[in-house]
Write a protein that binds this ligand. Structure first.
Ligand code: PGA
Length: 269
């Protein structure tokens, strides 16, 4: 359970750790993984698991009553209709999803999703009571060219434009593409610098930007999580590879719990 007296709850920024299983797992081993995660809890941070669509019913059953949320990795920007192969946000809501990831770089790159399409997905998710986790991030060559800020601001600005002040209801995940699944993590300083840029951009759109959770993603593990979560504008993580093992994922969740309990000395503005 979450202590109502800790600084993050007062600031409205309870640390959030989200597992992104991507296209991994089997029906049997995902249930085993979640049994391990439940056994390792409860956690003092907010935890959620975004699984492949076909596993949603099993995941919901496994996590029911645990306090751990669940969600999906994408949704359609359309309401239900003739869109073969797509999954509507309203369907995810039927399965009790709390979160849905939108605009992950693997969707932007392999499925040519545009900034506007990602923004429309975020709007659709919100309109069905889901919290979209909107991913932004630059490629290695964009970073080397010094255009990180321009790229992430462009990606986020499409979402701000689509949502207006409701943008405060989303979660943003900064995931530098060069750090995803590569073992290369952005340094806490690099990540914090981008998070500060994003929060400043959000502040211009919403008076509630200070309450929004901004996650870092890209080769997060229990060791590097400590320093990342200690940064003033990093409120948790979107975790890929390390979310596939209960022990690794719960270790990250425990790091976030320490932040939630204020035992790291982190202070937020
Ligand atoms: P990774 O993936 O933790 O395996 O780098 C993160 C993500 O793509 O969300």
């Amino acid at each position: 359970m979450v202590s109502s007296t800790n600084a993050q709850v007062v600031a409205g920024r309870l640390p959030l750790v989200v597992g992104n299983w991507k296209m991994n797992g089997t029906r049997v081993n995902c249930v085993e993984l979640l049994a391990g995660l439940r056994a390792a809890g409860p956690f003092d941070a907010e935890i959620s698991v975004c699984c492949p669509f076909p596993y949603l019913a099993d995941v919901a059953l496994s996590l029911q009553g645990s306090g751990i949320g669940w969600g999906a990795q994408d949704c359609s920007e359309h309401e239900p209709g003739a869109y073969t192969g797509e999954v509507a946000a309203v369907m995810l809501a039927e399965f009790g999803c709390r979160h849905v990831i939108v605009g992950h770089s693997e969707r932007r790159v392999y499925h040519a999703e545009s900034d506007i399409q990602v923004a429309d997905k975020a709007r659709m998710a919100l309109s069905h009571g889901l919290t979209p986790i909107v991913c932004v991030g630059e490629t290695r060559s964009e970073r080397e060219a010094g255009s990180t800020e321009v790229v992430v601001k462009r990606q986020l600005s499409a979402v701000i434009h689509a949502l207006g002040h409701c943008v405060s209801q989303i979660v943003v995940a900064y995931e530098p593409i060069w750090a995803i699944g590569t073992g290369l993590t952005a340094t806490p300083h690099q990540a914090q610098a981008v998070h500060a840029v994003l929060r400043a951009q959000l502040s211009a759109a919403s008076t509630r930007a200070g309450e929004m959770r901004l996650l870092y993603g890209g080769s997060v593990n229990a060791v590097n999580a400590q320093e990342l979560f200690a940064q003033p504008d990093i409120d948790g993580a979107l975790v890929g590879g390390a979310s596939l093992k209960a022990a690794d994922f719960s270790a990250i969740c425990r790091v976030a719990s320490h932040v939630a309990l204020g035992s790291t000395g982190k202070s937020r503005t």
